[in-house]
Design a protein around this ligand. Structure first.
Ligand code: CP3
Length: 342
């Protein structure tokens, strides 16, 4: 199907474009009253993730309401641990909780991976197909996965944490087991992302949300090789890597087979350009809290960011949009980009 607004795809290909494309991480979510209404009609977050018709509906809401240049499929990174055999619950006001965590070699052995794990996620592929059908070519659809280290962090820690010190302890005390687990997670991710591309996503993004918790040495040992393997395996569509907090690894990321690198708001743009060279498209990186500021201020800072990136840029925030962000702030951000001309 021909994509009418293909600004994102042309930008990723390195073509000259009239303005940068814009979308927001976590755009399908609690910033939108329409989302909150759908969510309130259900008993849980996971029910929404598992219902292709409703997942498609909330995926498209930000395209209708904000006019962003891409949709991102409504789902969660934690569907992979679940498909591998480790259930999670999404606890209101707390976040994800895993009743059981990985503690031993036999726990790792019992996990499913590859196609058998990916087959459990039929509901995600159904949501992708339904979304593609309903979008009818208006904008491209982004698929995603958690990166192996970030998923391991939840599978060992069992819940969110400021330090993920249990997960880091596991890397220091049981490096071999950690590698076995990372290998299994990566194999599941590759099968999953391939199925997602078959279902129709146009781009995929890897979220290494807890990248910044690792030292450069640990990152090189426990995250980078697996990100590399995934980027090598996914040739169907362009891949974006968002390694939050991992400014120290940008030079190594420039060697991976990904097309786009997402930057968080702590990373300076000239530094990233210098580390990454001309071959990568950059995505990011306004501070999500900037959207709490007065509208004129948001416009000014968005313009200043666009200018600092120059061409080869996809506008986004430096992390997911916070649920209590005023909608007017979000709109000011998106509209400033849409009215821009290189
Ligand atoms: O619009 C989109 O970006 C698509 C949907 C999306 C969600 N989660 C929906 C969601 C995406 C891309 C994610 C990825 C995700 N999930 C990440 C990586 C991105 C990041 O922010 O670093 C992580 C770490 C998770 C795990 C997760 N899911 C947590 C920690 C939480 C609770 C946090 C909170 O704010 O409550 C979730 C729940 C979640 N995932 C919500 C949404 C819209 C909120 C739950 C709700 O609406 O009830």
């Amino acid at each position: 199907m021909k994509i009418q607004n293909d600004l994102l795809l042309r930008t990723i290909k390195g073509e000259e474009v009239e303005r940068p494309p814009v979308w927001l991480m976590r755009q399908a979510g609690r910033i939108l009253p329409q989302y909150r209404a759908v969510r309130a009609s259900l008993s849980s977050f996971k029910e929404l993730v598992a219902r292709p018709d409703l997942a498609a509906e909330v995926t498209i809401q930000p395209v209708d309401e904000l006019g962003v240049d891409a949709a991102i499929i409504f789902s969660d990174i934690l569907v992979i641990p679940e498909a591998m055999g480790l259930d999670y619950e999404m606890v209101e006001k707390k976040g994800p909780v895993f009743p059981k965590v990985i503690q031993s070699a036999s726990d790792i052995e019992r996990l499913q991976t590859g196609e058998p794990a990916a087959e459990k996620l039929e509901y995600v592929y159904a949501a992708v197909k339904e979304t593609i059908h309903r979008l009818d070519g208006r904008v491209p659809l982004i698929g995603f996965s958690g990166a192996p280290w970030t998923l391991l962090a939840y599978m060992i820690e069992g819940q969110g944490s400021k330090t993920f010190s249990k997960a880091k302890k596991f890397l220091y005390q049981e490096p071999q087991l950690a590698h076995q687990l990372l290998e299994k997670i990566s194999t599941a991710i590759i099968a999953y992302l391939k199925e997602k591309t078959k279902a129709g996503v146009h781009v995929v993004q890897l979220f290494d949300s807890w990248a910044g918790l690792l030292s450069p040495l640990q990152y090189k040992e426990f995250s980078l090789p697996y990100i590399n393997a995934i980027c090598d395996a996914i040739n169907e569509v362009p891949v974006t890597v968002f390694a939050k907090g991992a400014w120290f690894i940008l030079k190594d990321l420039s060697q991976t087979n990904c097309h786009t690198i997402g930057l968080d708001w702590n990373t300076s743009v000239p530094y990233a350009r210098e580390q990454l060279g001309p071959n990568k498209i950059l995505q990011g990186n306004l501070d999500p809290c900037q959207l709490y500021a007065p509208v004129e201020n948001i416009e000014e800072q968005t313009l200043s960011m666009i200018r600092s990136f120059g061409s080869g840029h996809i506008v986004n925030l430096g992390h997911g949009v916070y649920p209590d962000t005023p909608l007017d702030g979000v709109k000011a951000f998106v509209n400033t980009v849409k009215n821009y001309n290189y």
